[in-house]
Design a binder for this molecule. Structure first.
Ligand SMILES: Nc1ncnc2c1ncn2[C@@H]1O[C@H](COP(=O)(O)OP(=O)(O)OP(=O)(O)O)[C@@H](O)[C@H]1O
Ligand SMILES: [Mg+2]
Length: 462
């Protein structure tokens, strides 16, 4: 049972509200002043505060400010008299969950309270989960507690402190770079440099001199000697991103560097010893690239000492609420954001959980950043999400309720029957209407009603 604290200097109002809330199954406390409210907050586990603005001594706004100092996440709903809108605006600025104008309908109050409490529960759960994860993995900024992520943590935790080459594979936006960096920062080389090269960002000849460096005069434009990234990564870690894009001739050269642990600058003759740990990432399946003749097999085996495979976001739906929370914080606590932490309503969370996320975590991050900017209140709602996410689409049909091993036709028939039953219920058993809802003809509907014996069960109307 959730505890709600009602703060009002009047006696009458809190009593009525208290009764209404008790009927809804909440437990209520009342305080007739801000000071008394703070005492109760000190000794009781309160889940929500409902406070009047105008009170002698400490006003509701002062109380709100004190609460935000001691319990920043605790939802506070402010009641203001009609005509004092500026107080309501001030309360919102100071972190109130929402305000409600007196006199109000009980239903409106109950709806506000239910929403605020469900958000508070999510925030609390996320805090607990994050704490648990942090102490377990020490990979603070990688979010996710799902089974595939746990397996990934297992791999990177074991491999990080070794010198082993790691191949990180995963679809675009799954966090390959994030994980590669985490491996470096949890390794014995963490105080040395992490040198990153994106193999797809340079034309072949440029990439060669980027990686190997060049001697003065090696080619037109090489006015000075330049050290390559292999050399710069000496004693540290080299992160070769998009390794699948490495042109064939450079694959040969990289293999030689890995075997001999020396490099020769372009236009140079001496071998320079290099000692770096290699982490390579790709959004391709390198084994397939080998099979298709695009990647050298011998290099693949050199790279694939330990493989970390990043799970796509659609395989770890349960992590989506955690990631949402993480990105909301990221984009609301930055220096430009003004420090107002935003919340997100349940419907929006549900839409985000059901979406396909072809662009994985990066796409989710972009959607949250955009919504934080667009939402004009302190709260992200479904209408702040991109329009294509708000359309129901058959790709979002959830399959979790369907037991494994059930045949396709059996399942389809069950779904078909359910949809017909629903359409009939929606249309009050009027067949013409139901057929319209389902987008099928009347005779088609008729056959199906017979097929499922619904013609006998339902009181059919034409
Ligand atoms: N598990 C995660 N927890 C928190 N943030 C994540 C997670 N995974 C990815 N991100 C964030 O998503 C964004 C994309 O991640 P990253 O650049 O590591 O992906 P990538 O797999 O290298 O993508 P690409 O293939 O497009 O290069 C980054 O801002 C990163 O911080
Ligand atoms: Mg990347």
């Amino acid at each position: 049972m959730e505890n709600i604290l009602i703060v009002d200097d009047e006696k009458h109002y809190p009593m009525i509200i208290g009764e209404v809330l008790a009927e809804e199954g909440y437990h209520t406390f009342t305080a007739s002043s801000g000071m008394e409210a703070l005492d109760i907050l000190d000794t009781q586990l309160i889940d929500l505060v409902l406070s009047d603005v105008k009170m002698p001594g400490m006003s509701g706004i002062d109380l709100l400010e004190r609460i935000k100092e001691i319990k920043p996440d605790l939802p506070v709903i402010i009641m203001t008299a009609f005509g004092s809108v500026e107080k309501a605006v001030e309360a919102m600025h100071k972190g109130a969950y929402t305000f409600i104008l007196k006199p109000f309908e009980n239903d409106a109050l109950i709806a506000h309270i239910a929403k605020a409490l469900s958000m508070y529960r999510i925030v609390q759960e996320n805090i607990l989960l994050k704490d648990a994860m942090r102490s377990r993995y020490q990979f603070d900024n990688i979010i996710g507690k799902s089974q595939p992520m746990q397996e990934l943590y297992g791999v990177i935790q074991k491999v990080a402190p070794t010198q082993a080459t790691v191949l990180v594979e995963g679809e675009s936006g799954t966090g390959k770079e994030l994980v590669s960096r985490a491996i470096h920062y949890n390794s014995l080389r963490k105080d040395q440099s992490l040198v990153a090269v994106n193999c797809s960002a340079f034309a072949e000849s440029l990439l060669e001199s980027e990686l190997f460096g060049h001697e003065k005069g090696a080619f037109t434009g090489a006015v000075n000697m330049k050290k390559g990234r292999f050399e710069l990564a000496h004693k540290g870690t080299l992160f070769l991103d998009e390794i699948g894009e490495l042109p064939m001739p450079l694959q040969v050269k990289l293999l030689r560097v890995l075997q001999e642990k020396t490099v020769e600058r372009v236009g140079g003759t001496s071998s320079i010893p290099v000692d770096f740990r290699l982490i390579a990432a790709t959004n391709k399946t390198l084994e397939d690239e080998v099979r298709n003749g695009n990647f050298r097999e011998d290099l693949y085996y050199r790279l694939n000492v330990v493989k970390a495979v990043m799970p796509p976001l659609r395989d770890r739906q349960e992590d989506i609420p955690l990631l949402i929370d993480h990105f909301i914080k990221k984009y609301t606590t930055g220096p430009e954001s003004g420090g107002t932490i935003k919340s997100i309503d349940k419907e929006a969370i549900q839409l985000l959980c059901d979406y396909e996320w072809k662009g994985n975590v990066r796409e989710l991050e972009n959607v949250i950043e955009r919504s934080v900017i667009l939402s004009s209140t302190g709260r992200i709602t479904a209408s702040d999400l991109p329009s294509h996410m708000r359309q129901t689409n058959t790709n979002t049909l959830r399959l979790d309720g369907i037991p494994e091993g059930v045949g396709l036709s059996e399942t389809l028939a069950a779904v078909e029957k359910r949809m017909i039953q629903r359409a009939m219920a929606m249309s009050g058993n009027v067949q013409t209407k139901a057929a319209q809802i389902l987008g099928i003809g009347k005779s088609g509907l008729n056959q199906k009603l017979k097929k499922f014996n619904l013609d006998k069960e339902l009181n059919l109307k034409k």
